[in-house]
Design a protein around this ligand. Structure first.
Ligand code: ARG
Length: 578
């Protein structure tokens, strides 16, 4: 696709404007008000050089540019207008429409992708739930945001590695095994692993409040686990396997995969090296029997590396994991999609890596996100057993979607598949529609609204575009998809707005990648969908005039493709019928 801003700068240089192309690229703006054109060049800076009033300079440039545009049939500029100190440039709607539509229809599923990543390796760590604990609605954020970030980086031409850093190690397993030994039952665990294990965990905390010796017992059990105690390891492994089975069900529903499930336990025997290294580098200090790295100089509390009983910690495992990843994958970027509650944790250990002399510490990125809470002020607490399971939410969403479809009189036969795509898509889309750092309230009415700025709305718009293509004469569709349409027939305002939004899609994806912000893609496809719907209402598509009809069909196909590609980047399916 043509870079219209760059072309505009070229034409300004060719018309004799006294600025370099780079300077022009810096200066050219997109006017807020669309009636002011597609690009505007403010002439204030030129005034200093030319010692003339800015409006006069603008008038002069506009005149020169108009002259060069008129003599050039190939020009992408339609007209140039001076308004005060600005030169306003109006692009040729037809040229842009034909360029953009051709590009989308030629690239199809690859439209929006680029190769700026140059196959550099990017690790995206996401989801990372804790074993034997519920995979609850809170985990949806890391899972879904991380998956979208992975897909965006993949589309930008990076080689990506998806890691699920399972929380499968730590003192809580001492508690879990302790509880299992006191009150557990094998059959119950097998039947319903996580809910049963959770009930043990809850019971442990209730009982430990009355009898603190249970905490000591749990600590001793964890120490045995760390030292390879046979029975402890066996139980731990079993809890891990059962939990993974449950997690996999949810990942399957969401269509999410990982390249590695190396979680915390994977590093249990890889930490000593770093503890020693920190010691050698004079970073470790003893404090009340524990080993710490002081971070006072950075206004942070110390990083606790080893407890007084010799057991290692979450942070120690993160440090070992980062070095392992650098040595194994030699990453260009190592991204962690983890809740903002862990901001300090990440700042601390990134700093420790830096102090250890690893300059690639700066290639590690924490991508935080806000809290999710439940409508009605319900709070979640694993310890108290107050949780909403993600799997239940997904199932419920599919069920509710099926109900809505039944009410709308959709054919019973197609309901299961589409309700699955729409129900799950609705939850994922909702998750990705707000800026990730914002806290948000999970609310069914919002998630499943077909008219709001929701997943079902965007999916429905995509299905509508598909339905136009189904209704059209196949011979017309074939001609439309072959490219080379007469784009002078699609220059109405809504058509042009649609073309411009589709044109911006690759830049939007790039921006979403550099800001680690999938919602930028979400917002953009909402805009494409609503603009498509405006076009659909404004204009007749299957009109008498063949050229016009074919051009419009091509634009519909391009819009559908752009929406589909956007949904796929977010990890959402795009059903052709709804
Ligand atoms: N398992 C942790 C939790 O559920 C998240 C792990 C985040 N990743 C990391 N490398 N620390 O809170």
């Amino acid at each position: 696709m043509i870079d219209y801003k760059e072309k505009t700068a070229d034409q300004l240089v060719a018309a004799g404007v006294e600025l370099t192309k780079d300077e022009l690229m810096d200066l050219i703006e997109v006017p807020q008000d669309e009636s002011m054109g597609d690009y505007a060049l403010p002439c204030f800076r030129l005034a200093k050089v030319l010692r003339k009033a800015p409006p006069m300079i603008a008038a002069d440039i506009a005149e020169k540019l108009n002259a060069s545009v008129e003599s050039d049939y190939e020009s992408i500029i339609d007209k140039v207008v001076q308004v005060n100190a600005y030169v306003n440039v109006f692009l040729s709607r037809a040229k842009m429409a034909s360029d953009v539509v051709d590009e989308v229809l030629a690239k199809k599923d690859d439209f929006g992708k680029s190769d700026i990543g140059g196959h550099k390796t990017v690790i995206v760590e996401y989801s990372s739930p804790n074993i034997a604990k519920p995979f609850h609605i809170g985990h949806i954020r890391s899972t879904v945001i991380g998956n979208a970030i992975y897909k965006i980086y993949d589309a930008l031409g990076y080689d990506t590695i998806r890691i699920n850093h399972l929380g499968d190690y730590g003192t809580q397993f001492g508690k879990m095994i302790c509880a299992y030994r006191h009150w557990g039952n094998e059959e119950d665990v097998k039947r319903e692993p996580i809910k049963t294990l959770l009930s043990y965990y809850t019971k442990f905390h209730e009982e430990a409040e009355k009898d603190p010796s249970l905490d000591d017992e749990a600590r001793a059990i964890f120490a045995k686990l760390e030292n390879g105690g046979e029975e402890e390891v066996r139980l731990w492994q079993w809890f891990r396997e059962e939990s993974l089975k449950e997690f996999s069900r949810v990942y399957k529903m969401l269509g999410i995969e990982f390249d590695s499930y190396n979680g915390e336990s994977f590093y249990s025997d890889k930490m000593e090296r770093f503890v020693k290294e920190m010691e050698d580098k004079g970073l470790l200090e003893e404090s009340e029997g524990a080993q710490i790295v002081r971070l006072d100089d950075y206004d942070m509390p110390p990083a606790l590396i080893k407890k007084s009983d010799g057991s290692t910690l979450y942070i120690t495992r993160d440090i070992a994991a980062a070095v392992y990843r650098k040595e194994t994958y030699n990453f260009y970027k190592n991204i962690y999609v983890v809740a903002s509650q862990q901001n300090l944790h990440f700042q601390q250990w990134f700093r420790v890596l830096d102090l250890m002399g690893y300059d690639w510490a700066y290639d590690c990125v924490h991508v935080p996100f806000g809290l999710v809470s439940l409508a009605g002020g319900v709070t979640m607490s694993t310890r108290k057993g107050q949780v909403v399971f993600l799997e239940d939410v997904l199932n419920q969403s599919v069920e509710k979607t099926a109900e809505i479809m039944r009410e709308k009189g959709v054919d019973e036969e197609v309901i299961p598949e589409i309700a699955h795509q729409v129900g799950i898509g609705a939850v994922v889309f909702n998750e990705l529609s707000n800026n990730r750092i914002k806290d948000y309230v999970f609310d069914w009415d919002r998630v499943l609204n077909f008219d709001g700025e929701t997943g079902p709305y965007v999916q429905y718009t995509h299905a509508r575009a598909c339905s136009v293509l189904r209704k059209a004469d196949p011979a017309d569709v074939e001609k439309a998809l072959a490219g080379g349409i007469d784009a002078s027939k699609i220059t109405g305002d809504s058509a042009y707005d649609l073309v411009k939004l589709i044109y911006r899609m690759p830049a939007v994806i790039e921006e979403a990648g550099s800001k680690y912000e999938p919602s930028i893609v979400t917002r953009h496809i909402i805009q494409i969908a609503s603009t498509f719907n405006r076009f659909y209402h404004d204009e007749h598509i299957l009109v008498e005039d063949a050229d016009e009809r074919i051009a419009k069909i091509a634009l519909v196909a391009a819009a559908g493709q752009a929406i589909r590609n956007g949904l796929h980047l977010l990890g959402i399916e795009a059903p052709e019928r709804m």
